[in-house]
Design a protein around this ligand. Structure first.
Ligand code: 5GP
Length: 196
């Protein structure tokens, strides 16, 4: 069978940025068929999480066995938590065999490893509003101490630095707006012939 290898879409962003909701919305709303990659992880399943749907929950030993067999496109230890997360090569094949675009929601370290192997990957960074805007809002709210404000600003600045490594940056201010911007990106990628 001649399988068309559609582009890989990689989405990253700080936790708590509403990423999960956006991912769900995109899978049903996107103008191209996105097939969400199911990552493997060594962390334990949370209540309501289903093995093989949310993640492939693996023991540390099983994860490392698969690593040794070169089954991953990328993997990373996320948040220095001691837990490993990775994208299996078989997830790309699953997307392509369904004539879809593999859709990876992974951290920055993993994203850069994907780009290294697939330079055509469509990388999107979801970020909170700009540090200036963020600071104005924080101060207007007047509920945070100066110390907290400074910490939040430092985090926002770090995010901005990471965002510069992605092809697209979408500000996740309003959910609907972010989803439609990403749909627009995918439409333009499809039209630009980035389809294999
Ligand atoms: P959680 O444990 O909250 O489900 O996920 C924590 C973080 O792990 C997420 O922000 C996500 O970006 C990252 N992550 C999930 N799957 C993968 C993966 O396959 N590879 C990498 N590098 N990061 C992942």
């Amino acid at each position: 069978m001649n399988i068309q290898k559609h582009p890989i879409v990689v989405l990253s962003g700080p936790s708590g940025s509403g990423k999960t909701t956006i991912v769900k919305r995109l899978v049903s709303a996107a103008p191209v068929q996105l097939v969400k990659s199911i990552s493997a992880t060594t962390r334990a399943a949370r209540p309501n999480e289903v093995d093989g749907e949310d993640y492939y929950f693996l023991t540390d030993e099983e994860f490392r066995r698969r690593l040794a067999e070169d089954q991953f496109i990328e993997f990373a230890e996320v948040f220095s938590s001691g837990f490993l997360y990775g994208t299996l090569k078989s997830e790309l094949d699953r997307a392509w065999s369904r004539n879809g675009w593999a859709f990876l929601e992974i951290d920055v370290e993993g994203a850069m490893k994907v780009v290294h192997q697939y330079p055509q990957a469509v990388t999107i960074f979801l970020r909170t509003p700009s540090p200036d805007e963020f600071e104005r809002r924080l101060r207007r709210r007047g509920t945070e101490s100066e110390e907290i404000i400074q910490k939040r600003l430092a985090t926002a600045a770090r995010e901005l630095e990471l965002a510069s490594r992605y092809r697209y940056v979408v500000v996740n201010d309003q959910l609907d707006q972010a989803v439609s911007e990403i749909c627009e990106i995918l439409r333009s990628e499809e039209n630009s012939g980035n389809a294999g």
